[in-house]
Every structure is written in structure tokens, then in C-alpha cells.
Ligand binder design. Structure first.
Ligand code: AP5
Ligand code: ZN
Length: 217
């Protein structure tokens, strides 16, 4: 299956993508994780992305679209993928359609995770990520690791993201409303959007997502 996950910062896209990708045996492709990996390795792409990310702004499309296309091509997009955090504006959504058309494939579904704003602020404030693998995501209250500061999945060190400050989160939410939300209407015109209420336990949300994908296919 070829799926896009949309939702505000902190909605649980990374958390759901990690489980759904395993369940559906498709690669989880997160542009945020790719940027953070580049920052960690000190690559030119990472250096360019860091300033935008720390400020809660979108990294320019020229950089992002090329990176996402390369990553999809590496994992043979025809066999399926789960995109998390891409596309994030109309230009990226149109570019993705062109890429998929070039490859002779199309999206099967777009899952729109809906969470109230006060909840996303709480989720982001308590989030901790694994240094070894950005898809290992925890929360100090809602999904605490067995040992504080240590990843349950691989023993890696947990850390707080540089862009998870309250001021940056507010700005990321503004960017989400102005730049990302319009892609939901764009995909609704293509008839591929399922809205998933994303409050409740992680596995309850996963179940809703799987049901929605079943009824799409
Ligand atoms: P990115 O990394 O994509 O961040 P984001 O979209 O802001 O989303 P988050 O990662 O903050 O949240 P999430 O929805 O994945 O939630 P999570 O599962 O972690 O992007 C970061 C930056 O990179 C952007 O600001 C931009 O600068 C740049 N960028 C990335 N992609 C780009 C693009 N395409 N174009 C341009 N720039 C781009 O969950 C959050 C917390 O909640 C966790 O602690 C988790 O444990 C907890 N949680 C999850 N589900 C539940 C639940 N059901 N109940 C209780 N707690 C839960
Ligand atoms: Zn880990």
C-alpha cells in the first residue's frame, strides 16, 4: 500500500507510522527523521535544514522534494511506502503526484490524524526520542520507557528534540494551519482521505487507521 500520514505536530504520526509500517510490511519514510539523521551526521543537507527546523519553519521544497524522491526510489516505491511528514504543502503534494505518475503508481490512501491543539502541546512537551532510531518515540507520562532515559526497543539514549520548545511548537502549529492543512482539501478532491480521530490509546488509533485502510481498498 502507498499511504500518506497527515496531522499537526505531535498528532502521533511518527508513533502510528512505526506500527503501521511493521504491520503492513512497508517502509516508513519520515522527512523529519531524514533531516534529523543528516543533522546528526553533520552533512551539508543537515546543516541547511537545521536552521529552518529549529525555527519551526519548513525546509525549502527544492531540498525536501529531492530528498523524499531519492528515499522512495531506494525502497522501490511500487512495493508500497508510508510517508510521514511529506508532503507538507501544496507544492510538495503536486510534486509527489508528478513523481508517482512518472513511476506509473498512485496513492492508496491519506490518513488525516485529528487531535485537539491542547493535546498536541502536551504530547510534544513530554516526547522523548531515541538517538539510534528516530522512529523509537516515547512520552514521559503517556508512553514511558521501562527505564527513564533509555529506549525500550534498542537501549539507546533518549533525548528531547531541539524544536520541541513551547514557542517553536506554536509556530509549527501556525505553519501547519497555513501551509499543510490545504493539502487535505487537495487530497479530498482525489477521494483518498480518511479522517482518523487520534485521541485515545496508541493501539486504538492504530486500529482505526487499519479499519480505514481496509475500507479504502
Ligand atoms: P517532523 O519531524 O515531521 O515533525 P512534526 O510534523 O512537527 O511532527 P512531530 O514529529 O512533532 O509529531 P508526530 O505527529 O510524529 O508525533 P509523535 O508520534 O512523535 O518535522 C520537524 C521539522 O522538520 C519541521 O518543522 C520542518 O522544519 C522539517 N520538515 C519535516 N518534513 C518537512 C517537509 N516535508 N517539508 C519541509 N520541512 C519539513 O507523538 C508525539 C508524542 O505523543 C510522543 O511523545 C508520543 O509518545 C505521544 N503519543 C503518540 N500517540 C499518542 C496517543 N495516542 N496517546 C498519548 N500519547 C501519544
Ligand atoms: Zn531505540
Amino acid at each position: 500500500m502507498r499511504i500518506v500520514l497527515v496531522g499537526p505536530p505531535g498528532a502521533g504520526k511518527g508513533t502510528q507510522a512505526h506500527v503501521l509500517a511493521k504491520t503492513l510490511s512497508i517502509p516508513h519514510i519520515s522527512t523529519g527523521d531524514l533531516f534529523r539523521a543528516n543533522i546528526g551526521q553533520g552533512t551539508p543537507l543537515g546543516l541547511e535544514a537545521k536552521g529552518y527546523m529549529d525555527a519551526g519553519r519548513l525546509v525549502p521544497d527544492e531540498v525536501t522534494i529531492g530528498m523524499a524522491k531519492d528515499r522512495m526510489a531506494q525502497s522501490d516505491a511500487a512495493n508500497g511506502f508510508l510517508l510521514d511528514g511529506f508532503p507538507r504543502n501544496l507544492a510538495q503534494a503536486k510534486a509527489l503526484d508528478e513523481i508517482l505518475a512518472e513511476w506509473g503508481i498512485a496513492l492508496d490512501g491519506v490518513l488525516d490524524l485529528e487531535v485537539p491543539e491542547d493535546e498536541v502541546v502536551k504530547r510534544i512537551a513530554g516526547r522523548r526520542l531515541c538517538r539510534n532510531d528516530g522512529s523509537h518515540v516515547f512520552h514521559v507520562d503517556y508512553n514511558a520507557p521501562a527505564v527513564e532515559g533509555v529506549c525500550d526497543e534498542c537501549g539507546g539514549e533518549l533525548y528531547q528534540r531541539a524544536d520541541d520548545t513551547e514557542a517553536t511548537v506554536r509556530h509549527r502549529l501556525d505553519v501547519y494551519h497555513t501551509e499543510t492543512e490545504p493539502i487535505i482539501a487537495y487530497y479530498q478532491q482525489q477521494g483518498v482521505v480518511s479522517t482518523i480521530p487520534a485521541l485515545g490509546k496508541v493501539d486504538e488509533v492504530t486500529q482505526r487507521a487499519i479499519e480505514a485502510l481496509k475500507s479504502d481498498s
